[in-house]
Design a protein around this ligand. Structure first.
Ligand SMILES: Cc1ncc(COP(=O)(O)O)c(C=O)c1O
Length: 530
């Protein structure tokens, strides 16, 4: 069927304002030529990306005040008028995630072919919950999950021939992000624990009998959410000086719960902590899990992408022994948001949380909705599929190697500046450090000093964010070398491939400049080199 598009010869979409009847409205909304609109959006994007600023310099209150209108518009307007409003009122306040001087968070710029793939995802609007609303995409989703499953677990050809496109189980699922993937992993672990506990007792569980989930104090807060939702106890173990789970402390915790007769439902290992990028001893944790009969989940939301990097995948050694693994495509794989994944080493695990419905998502179908917590879902698998075909493993290998090298450069650049204290050598591509004001340098820093230094670093980070020329985030963590005192730390994520060594130097010098101004403001003596 040929589509007849509305709009003038220049491709301008008709205005809804001009639509006098329901028929013309429907025509305008569904049959318009959007060529001009597309160019117009491209212009907005170009304008937005034209600056290297790390953040908007508008105050939060100012931005907030722009969004106080709460009556929904009765009368539609032209898309052009609407986009003009976005250009004026909204885009100037968006975060410059693609700026080479924005090193604050785990969201990077995305390769330029991906928004085009995104247009396909949105235009086709396939709902991968079931075959009747997605067909080809559902098999594509299973295929791409299988490709990554093989990179993680490395099972043999026959395993994938049998399990890749089989209706009865799944090698993994797509989720909206790492949070959902982690929660689904806990759900699986809890179903396994339930099965063993139910065999032993028929009474409802008392608080003191709830299954236990154990991981390091650096577990992402999705585990707090998951444990609460599922009625489990979450036990957090201390980390060592490299910010990895302390294996002795883990052993003691396991022993304590076993002696108390408690079921350990899940051990969590992290491959890339949110704060430091550190990687737990994956192989050892998997071994402990096996010994005690506990499910082992690896949260590789951040670090999991390294599995595609021939030169760096050794950092994830041991991951193949895990029972489940989370990877976020929208982090290190640099894909659009909404691209989480959970992998099951043994596809039978996917059956533990299976649900179906008579109107669709039928028991014997290929419907992926049987295995997912979410119902309706977009075909974000297409982003991973496209990236694997267009960038390829070799391309990701180069991107990861560059990113890790950038982190090593920044670590050296921090150490070369005596004003900063680096908390640990980079395990991957996240760094934490802090500024030490002059009066605390070259002396033993005590608790009171740290309280002042914390305040200083909080102000420094806020000032830098407000100034807007560069950006790092901040975190607050107990640090072993300071007797577990909580320290405010500056946190840089070195993911953006567009960040150059000059940008890193710019950012650090920007911080020094701000810090000197702050110090002089506090002491009342003007900064000598501001
Ligand atoms: C280690 C880790 N796990 C899980 C998550 C949650 O991912 P999402 O924000 O995609 O839900 C994050 C997010 O920062 C993370 O760093």
């Amino acid at each position: 069927m040929d589509l007849v598009l509305n709009g003038d010869v220049d491709g301008r979409m008709d205005s809804v304002e001009e639509a006098k009847t329901a028929d013309t409205l429907i025509d305008t909304l569904f049959n318009s030529n959007t060529t001009t609109l597309r160019k117009r959006v491209d212009d907005s994007c170009r304008k937005f990306f034209a600056t290297t600023d790390g953040a908007t310099d508008r105050r939060i209150e100012h931005v907030r005040s722009k969004f106080m209108q709460f009556d929904a518009p009765a009368q539609g307007q032209s898309a052009e008028t609407y986009l003009d409003m976005l250009d004026r009122e909204v885009l100037p306040h968006c975060s410059h995630l693609a700026s080479p001087r924005y090193l604050g968070h785990m969201t990077s710029p995305i390769p330029q072919f991906l928004p085009e793939i995104g247009r396909l995802v949105q235009t086709l609007n396939q709902n991968v919950v079931k075959m009747e609303t997605s067909r080809g995409m559902a098999f594509l989703e299973r295929q791409v999950i299988g490709m990554l499953h093989r990179e993680i677990f490395g099972a043999d050809k026959q395993f994938y021939e049998e399990n890749l496109q089989t209706a009865s189980s799944a090698l993994g699922i797509f989720t909206s992000g790492g949070t959902l993937a982690n929660i689904c992993a806990l759900w699986t672990a809890m179903r396994l624990a339930d099965a063993t506990q139910a065999a032993e007792s028929t009474k409802p569980l008392q608080a003191a009998e709830r299954p236990v989930i154990i991981g390091s104090e650096l577990m992402h807060y999705s585990f707090d959410k998951g444990a609460q939702l599922l009625g489990a106890e979450l036990h957090k173990v201390a980390v060592n000086n490299l910010f990895q789970i302390d294996l002795n402390a883990l052993g003691e915790a396991v022993e304590k719960y076993r002696q108390a007769g408690r079921k350990i439902a899940c051990l969590v290992a992290i491959a890339g902590t949110t704060d430091y990028g550190s990687i737990d001893a994956l192989a050892r944790i998997c071994e402990i899990g096996k010994q005690i009969g506990a499910h082992v989940h690896v949260d590789a939301a951040w670090g999991g992408g390294l599995i595609l990097s021939k030169s760096n995948r050794y950092l994830l050694d041991g991951i193949a022994q895990a029972d489940t693994v989370t990877i976020d495509g929208h982090k290190q794989l640099m894909l659009p948001l909404g691209c989480g994944m959970l992998f099951f080493r043994d596809p039978a695990l996917s059956q533990l949380t299976m649900h179906h419905a008579p109107y669709a998502v039928r028991a014997t179908s290929f419907d992926q909705g049987r295995f997912t917590l979410e119902g309706t879902r977009p075909a974000t698998a297409l982003y991973v599929h496209a990236a694997l075909h267009i960038i390829g493993k070799n391309g990701y290998d180069d991107l990861f190697s560059e990113s890790l090298q950038r982190a090593r450069y920044m670590a050296q650049a921090i150490e070369a500046r005596p004003e900063f204290e680096l908390m640990a050598a980079p395990a991957m591509n996240i760094l934490t450090y802090r500024y030490i004001p002059e009066k605390y340098r070259n002396k033993k820093i005590d608790d009171q000093d740290n309280i002042q230094i914390n305040r200083f670093n909080t102000s420094l980070q806020k000032w830098q964010r407000q100034k807007g020329d560069s950006f790092v985030s901040r975190t607050f963590r107990a640090i072993g070398q300071y007797d577990n005192q909580g320290l405010t730390l500056l946190r840089a994520v070195l993911l953006n491939p567009l960040t150059t060594y000059d940008d890193i130097d710019f950012l650090l010098n920007d911080q020094l400049h701000i810090a000197r101004s702050l110090e002089s403001e506090i002491s009342g003596v003007p900064a000598s080199h501001s």
